[in-house]
Design a protein around this ligand. Sequence first.
Ligand SMILES: [Zn+2]
Ligand SMILES: [Zn+2]
Length: 114
Amino acid sequence: MENITLSEIAGLGVGALLFCATVAAPKVDSFISSSQRRNLGMCRRCGDLRMIACSNCKGTGLVRNGGPFGFSLLDDLSQSLGDGQNPISSKPCIKCKSKGCFSCTECSNKRVAN
Ligand SMILES: [Zn+2]
Ligand SMILES: [Zn+2]
């Protein structure tokens, strides 16, 4: 293998770079995606998905009974302990009409403007 051309070396370099990018992706994903979205002119709120997960029900479309603090740490703890005495009941999320997400307002504004 003495006839390695420059393009082959470049190919190896790109391959190594891609490999590093793939390995590091989960760590820097949020950082890159936000700057990438800006560069690509994508929506910063939803990344052009035109959907935003509902903060009230965490995108599940269901809210646990017990009011707005149903997702408290204590609640999660008692659920994971699984005492079985108090089964978690849930109701459709009113905020998102149990869809789990909203249409992105920034995108809809953009579309109206266009
Ligand atoms: Zn919701
Ligand atoms: Zn959007």
